[in-house]
Write a protein of this length. Sequence first.
Length: 107
Amino acid sequence: MARPEKHIFICGQARPPGHPRGSCADKGAADVLQAFQQQFEQQGFWGRFGLTSTGCLGVCDAGPAVLVYPEGVMYGKVTKADVDEIIKEHLLGDKPVERLQVPADLW
Ligand code: FES
């Protein structure tokens, strides 16, 4: 497999109900992953970009968390409605979406 131009990591961590850190799974991470997968299919991104569901990325308060490399940009509180913008602006346009980035004191 060739190295992808960019790689998207989506936190899919689940935790038991009432856990103090909560989890991205509880906040809709599966919907975000599914929206990315649909766009990857429709736009033929497989092989060009990477898409991986991960465990905790460390910014649980800001979940669902989405991390994009090689830039190392962490997005927080991502919803499926944000996916098209991340793809258009960041993946294809090389301009990270500022409004979705987690605060610097978090990550
Ligand atoms: S549970 Fe998703 S960042 Fe920690």
